[in-house]
Design a protein around this ligand. Structure first.
Ligand SMILES: Cc1cc2nc3c(=O)[nH]c(=O)nc-3n(C[C@H](O)[C@H](O)[C@H](O)COP(=O)(O)OP(=O)(O)OC[C@H]3O[C@@H](n4cnc5c(N)ncnc54)[C@H](O)[C@@H]3O)c2cc1C
Length: 403
């Protein structure tokens, strides 16, 4: 039996934390779960009053927004791989009384990269929540604490599965109905189960124990910042095959169709921003009135810049799509891992000639939508119609892929 078949027998679950509590039943948590009711569609209408326009190419891929820009904190927070826009928003939202608590993550004492859900109720607790924990995280377990503590104004920070599940849970059930909910989203893809994380990192880095920041970046390399400040760059093309084996990739992330976290009030990522390892620019999408309120909280502390877009992703996506069309092979995928030196040359060439800024985001989103569509089709055919939002079909059509 293939490992993917093993996983397909299990219910899709991103360990979001909503059903790991006692105050409501697992049945209630699962009823509105994104892996039960599907991505976007009616949930998008519930937030924005409409679904994303299928004839607006950017809205179709990035989701509905009212303002997008590149930005960075003028005074970046320490020990955070980017500049800490999200943590700064959370801090201000708490200190100005806009919210009484923030559902987010601390680092677990067990492992620097493992998350520990926290309902932060002080500035110190909020500041301690910054930085990436690149494994599946039980953020929504804190909704129970908020419920028990009678919190009425709550900020939730999460990946798209957290965001969709939190919003739907609030709509469906009485527990959090009278809570004023603010939501900050991170773009997220290809997260891993904590039990596999150290194995994966040890295969990527020359010294996984000393890694403090770890991110797959726009220059086709993994950036690993070590505790001594040094930066190790490992080209995607030099990664060992075993870390992309079916049992290491989570089925839930391969069944995700919302890379850009489109139901958040504001999304803060990096992949649409120019790459600069000193400035660490970020990409911000303000989506709702509440998102605008959150952005304004840190307006004086933010430097902002217009978005940029360079290159043409089409040939890259077409190349990637080949393996799903059955009329050719993705040569890059077929070849074994390159030496670091060759991989760095390849990454540099692609970065110089390939998609950058918004065009890089379009490339990343389209390739993930295509891959995930065929993953669900093969492994969860009974969920295909439910899980897959409309715009995915437009992407398949654009690359002449069969649904
Ligand atoms: C698995 C993963 C994949 C990602 N992939 C991309 C990507 O492809 N493109 C992109 O632009 N951005 C991606 N991000 C987001 C990126 O790492 C930064 O979080 C984002 O750029 C915000 O930076 P910041 O300095 O403003 O955030 P910070 O101020 O550091 O705040 C980050 C917030 O996110 C929370 N957080 C950390 N890890 C998780 C987690 N696993 N689940 C839920 N919440 C978490 C933290 O607790 C904190 O509240 C990814 C993040 C994760 C965890």
């Amino acid at each position: 039996m293939k490992p993917a078949d093993n996983q397909a027998k299990e219910r899709l679950c991103s360990l979001c934390g909503l059903c790991m509590v006692n105050s409501w039943s697992v049945k209630e948590s699962i009823q509105g779960c994104v892996f039960t009711i599907g991505w976007l569609g009616k949930q998008e209408v519930a937030v924005f009053g409409r679904e994303r326009a299928q004839d607006d190419p950017d809205e179709m891929l990035f989701g509905i927004s009212r303002e997008r820009f590149v930005g960075r904190m003028k005074n970046p927070l320490p020990d955070i791989q980017f500049t800490g826009i999200i943590t700064s928003i959370a801090r201000k939202a708490f200190e100005t009384g806009l919210v009484d608590a923030v559902a987010t993550l601390h680092r677990s004492p067990e492992d620097y990269f493992f998350p520990m859900p926290v309902l932060a109720r002080s500035t110190a607790e909020i500041l301690a929540s910054g930085g990436s924990k690149p494994v599946l995280a039980q953020t929504l377990a804190s909704l129970e604490k908020a419920y028990k503590q009678g919190i009425k104004r709550l900020l939730v920070i999460g990946a798209s599965c957290h965001v969709q599940n939190a919003r739907e849970f609030q709509r469906r059930f009485p527990y959090l109905r009278d809570v004023e909910l603010y939501v900050v989203g991170i773009p997220c893809t290809d997260n891993v189960n904590p039990k596999h994380f150290r194995f994966i990192l040890s295969k990527i880095s020359r010294s996984h124990e000393t890694v403090r920041h770890y991110e797959f970046m726009q220059d086709f390399t993994v950036h690993l910042r070590h505790v001594d400040g040094s930066l190790e760059r490992v080209p995607f093309f030099s990664l060992p095959k075993e870390i992309s084996s079916a049992e290491l990739l989570t089925s839930c992330c391969r069944s995700c169709f919302d890379y850009c976290n489109s139901l958040a009030d504001i999304t803060v990522g990096y992949f649409g921003a120019p790459l600069d390892i000193e400035k660490m620019y970020q990409w911000v999408l303000v989506r709702t009135n509440k998102g605008e309120e959150l952005r304004k909280l840190i307006a004086g502390e933010l430097e902002t810049f217009p978005e940029t877009s360079e290159g043409d992703r089409t040939a890259f996506v077409k190349q990637y799509a080949k393996k799903f069309r059955g009329d050719g092979k993705d040569e890059m995928q077929m070849a074994g891992p390159m030496s670091i030196e060759d991989g760095l040359h390849m990454a540099e060439r692609l970065y110089q000639t390939g998609p950058r800024g918004l065009e890089f985001v379009r490339y990343a989103i389209e390739t993930h939508l295509i891959r995930n569509y065929y993953f669900v089709k093969e492994n969860y055919p009974q969920l295909l119609a439910t899980l897959v939002p409309k715009h995915v079909h437009r992407v398949l059509e654009a690359y002449e892929l069969k649904p």
